[in-house]
Design a protein around this ligand. Structure first.
Ligand code: ARG
Ligand code: ZN
Length: 880
């Protein structure tokens, strides 16, 4: 909780630590109510610092004893602040022995040492270590750790920490111990311990070098039937990092532990990754295709951090994207390579584009907009954002687009050569990329320093006589809080030209043969013209292929051109994009028509284009599904000056109904044709079929009283996997029929599976017929609790973020609900509360009647006391 007024921390104020740590020996006497932490740490004065004051961070811990170089320090020899312990004018060489107390069972923030389902876990990133012991808790302080754990043997039979197990044994009084040593230097945020009643799936795995390593996936007893996929994903990750980047696992032992109470997805603690159960546990009965894909991605992500994050870490938290953007890029490439086909790769890319538009573009245009490398923050936990992660990954991807795969690899190699075991900055990564390739990437720095989504406007001119085709690209970037007058970015714009036959033209730029059917134009000025030569006919331009930069592209495409691209573009991302543009133009017109009370209509051309894709058997099912999913209500809202969520919902529903009605026979045929009989497999091909089939099912159930209700009912009852069962239930819920019996039977079947119960809440929270009263009623369900982040997210976040037509109820009742629960959650878990607080980011774009009520709700939260820094930062920026 906030004790003094929130402080803004600035990147420009960075100073090196006054002391560096060599070794840390930690002793834990674990007890839920009263854990004793003994910390013996050796430090030396840092020659790079002018200060002789030894500053340690500490929060919510009680100091019991403090000795320096063997002598107890008298109260006058140190200063205990609310969040620091300072020893002024400390000697050059220091050994500190610090004993503190904490109460893990009272720690509901899930940061530091906490209890989940009776066992101990830690989460130290970003600043949780200071909740365990006094320490210079900053990532540029790297040290070697030895850890002794002591706990009751019956209740906590498994004692884990980073690195290698040195010894273990029994103690008096039914207790036991385990001693661990991490051979690598690490920052404190990578420390972890687990003391729990767990079981594991384990395996000896042989690295390419021939060295053998022990791999373990630790879970609670009843979940041992759900660890196969995580283990398989871990082995795939190890192999992939060896092959693609020449990076080998540097430990003899690598552990993954699943915990039910966790704030984020997972954590890359050295050798001891701790995961939200959501990203570990899967079998066909309980996990969907999306869950399986999430597990593969997150297991990969955390494993890849071992090099990008752990071996090379961040100098300070402003550099967070150095590890996160790069590691997201790596996990994206891993997932794409696991599918292996070009079309599968494109499907993963389309998913990434959707995430950016759904979440990152709005963030970049809202009150919390920040550069990939922020300049300031109040609470660092608020900056684990889609901008730092996903836009950060786009920035890394652009290096690869500009330098090629080989050039990118050279840059990575140089990065590790220069910075292994160092804490560095985003600029160091950029320098490695530039130096390894002899390229000037100075201007590229603006991707790190300037917030906001650039808008690239294209115009074209074909000269039939000269056979030239000019593409003029111009760029601008809107102002964001605290940043005006942006300078031009270095933007790779991948372009192809389609002929009337739908084929890619051979390309020449200013007379030079490109040698590929896609050219990467480098836009560096405010405006530049690129001339394609020997262009024999008027082409249709396919601009920003593979989404080559995280920008908004404006080009006055005609319907005819978009239909051409939607039918022929060899670049699957732009092919999909053409369909989205066709849909968006109509959705915006329909939304305006709803608002004016005009009659709604949808043209046959659009329907025909949708039909053509739906039945095109040469296309992957996964691609066809993506092509048929209409832009979300959130993405439509982002296109409007003044957002009318009810009109958007009505317009989109009208479009879906019309498609469903017009394409009913084809949808039914696809439903039948894309069944996946036989045992469940999460592979991309099968998942794609299920995706298309279940999209068809959802369409078939849109019309009230649909004749296909029985189809969904049958699928619901007979499904042999969760993907099909959940999709059927969701379609039933959205049909608007009375589905209470189905909901009840689903709940009864899966009441013991927390992650499935989460789905049950989430489906209802996001259903357009769930109003705020229904959500309040669901909160009374015995399985609901605010204390578990997954559960809180399942109902509250799905309602507040994924159910816009109800969240924006005209009477403002859902805004009151939001305020009430941001405040309630804040008392338990500020990090989770601050995420919920973000639901109001875009409030200024709504019609005045809604805006006023949203402001009132924000003000209500801002006035609440006490309020965490986390929530205070979000609401005060929203109101600013
Ligand atoms: N480094 C972790 C990951 O991206 C995220 C942990 C962040 N946790 C937090 N409480 N801020 O894999
Ligand atoms: Zn990460």
């Amino acid at each position: 909780m906030r004790t003094d007024s929130p402080q803004t921390i600035f990147r420009k104020d960075y100073t090196p630590p006054s002391y560096l740590v060599h070794t840390v020996e930690l002793g834990f006497d674990l007890d839920p109510a009263r854990t004793i932490v003994a910390n013996r740490v050796t430090l030396s004065r840092n020659p790079a610092s002018k200060s002789k004051d030894l500053v340690l961070h500490g929060e919510e811990i009680d100091l019991v004893a403090l000795r320096m170089n063997g002598k107890t320090l008298a109260p006058g020899q140190y200063v205990l602040g609310s969040h620091t312990l300072t020893i002024p004018k400390a000697p050059a060489e220091v050994t500190l022995e610090i004993e503190t107390l904490c109460a893990p069972e009272l720690n509901t923030t899930l940061s530091g040492l906490y209890v989940s389902n009776g066992s101990f876990y830690t989460q130290c990133e970003a600043e949780g270590f200071r909740r365990i012991t006094y320490f210079p808790d900053r990532p540029d302080v790297m040290a070697k750790y030895t850890v002794m754990l002591r706990a009751d043997k019956q209740r906590y039979p498994v004692l884990l920490s980073n690195g290698n197990l040195l010894e273990q044994g029994d103690l008096d009084g039914g207790r036991h111990y385990a001693k661990w040593e991490d051979p690598f230097k690490k920052p404190s945020y990578l420390f972890a311990l687990v003391a729990a009643r767990l079981v594991c799936q384990e395996e000896t795995y042989t690295l390419k070098s021939g060295r053998e390593v022990l791999l373990q996936v630790w879970v609670e007893e009843g979940n041992l039937d759900k660890t196969d996929y995580a283990m398989q994903s871990l082995k795939n990750s190890i192999r992939w990092d060896e092959e693609r980047f020449g990076l080998e696992l540097d430990l003899d032992r690598f552990m993954i532990v699943a915990v039910g109470d966790f704030n984020m997805g997972a954590m890359e603690n050295k050798g001891l990754n701790i995961f939200n159960t959501k990203f570990v546990l899967a079998n066909p009965r309980v996990a969907t295709d999306i869950d399986y894909a999430g597990i593969e991605a997150v297991v990969g992500h955390e494993y890849f951090h071992n090099w990008t994050g752990n071996r090379v870490t961040c100098r300070d938290w402003f550099q967070l994207s150095l590890k996160e953007g790069l590691t997201v890029f790596r996990d994206q490439e891993f997932s794409a390579d696991m599918i292996g086909t070009a079309s599968g790769r494109a499907v993963t890319r389309i998913d990434q584009v959707r995430t950016l538009r759904q979440a990152q573009f709005p963030e970049d245009a809202g009150p919390m907009a920040h550069p990939v490398r922020p300049d300031s923050f109040v609470e660092i936990n608020n900056f684990y954002t889609v901008t730092v992660y996903e836009k950060g990954a786009e920035v890394v991807r652009m290096y690869q687009t500009l330098l090629g795969r080989e050039g990118f690899r050279k840059g990575m190699d140089l990065y590790f050569q220069r910075h292994d075991e160092q804490a560095v900055q985003c600029d160091d990564f950029r320098a490695a990329m530039a130096d390894a390739n002899g390229r000037d990437l100075a201007q590229f720095e603006r991707w790190y320093s300037q917030a906001g989504t650039p808008v690239v406007t294209a115009s074209t001119r074909y000269d039939a006589a000269a056979q030239t085709y000019d593409i003029t690209l111009s760029q601008r970037c809107p102002d964001t809080p605290g940043q005006t007058g942006k300078l031009p970015f270095h933007i790779p714009v991948a372009v192809g030209l389609l002929g009337a036959d739908g084929k890619d033209m051979a390309l020449a730029l200013d007379g030079e043969v490109v040698g590929a059917t896609t050219a990467v134009l480098e836009l560096k000025e405010a405006e530049q013209t690129f001339r394609f030569t020997s262009v024999r006919e008027q082409p249709v331009p396919s601009i920003l292929r593979d989404f080559s930069a995280p920008v908004v592209l404006e080009y006055p495409y005609t319907d005819a051109e978009l239909l051409h691209l939607f039918r022929y573009d060899s670049d699957a991302v732009n092919r999909w994009e053409a369909g989205q543009r066709l849909a968006m133009a109509r959705l915006l017109k329909l939304t305006a028509a709803v608002a004016q009370g005009a009659t709604l209509a949808l043209d046959d051309t659009f329907i025909a284009a949708q039909r053509a894709v739906l039945v095109d058997e040469t296309l992957d099912a996964a691609f066809r599904e993506l092509a048929l999913v209409l832009p979300s209500e959130t993405i439509i809202a982002e296109q409007m000056e003044v957002v009318d969520p009810h009109a958007i919902h009505a317009a989109r529903q009208f479009m879906r109904r019309t498609i469903a009605r017009e394409l009913a026979p084809e949808l039914l045929a696809q439903y039948q044709a894309n069944q996946t009989p036989g045992p469940y497999s999460p592979d991309a091909q099968s998942a794609g079929k299920r995706g298309l089939k279940n999209l068809a099912l959802a369409y078939l159930l849109i019309d009230p009283g649909s004749a296909e209700l029985k189809l969904a009912q049958r699928q619901f009852e007979q499904a042999t996997n969760m993907t099909d069962r959940a999709a059927a239930l969701s379609a039933l819920i959205h049909s608007g029929e009375d589905v209470r019996a189905s909901l009840q039977s689903f709940y009864d079947d899966f009441a013991g599976e927390a992650l499935v119960v989460d789905k049950w809440f989430a489906m209802q929270g996001a259903a357009p017929n769930t109003d705020v009263a229904a959500v309040r009623k669901l909160m009374q369900h015995p399985a609901f609790t605010l204390k578990n982040p997954n559960r809180a997210r399942s109902l509250l976040f799905s309602f507040c973020n994924a159910n816009p037509s109800q969240f924006h109820a005209k009477d403002g009742s859902a805004y009151d609900f939001w305020a009430e629960h941001v405040i309630a959650l804040d008392a338990l878990n500020p990090q989770v509360a601050a995420r919920l607080a973000r639901s109001m980011d875009r409030w200024r774009r709504y019609a005045p009647a809604l805006q006023d009520q949203m402001r009132a709700a924000l003000e209500r939260v801002a006035r609440a006391a006490p309020l965490s820094n986390d929530v205070m930062e979000v609401v005060s920026k929203a109101l600013a």
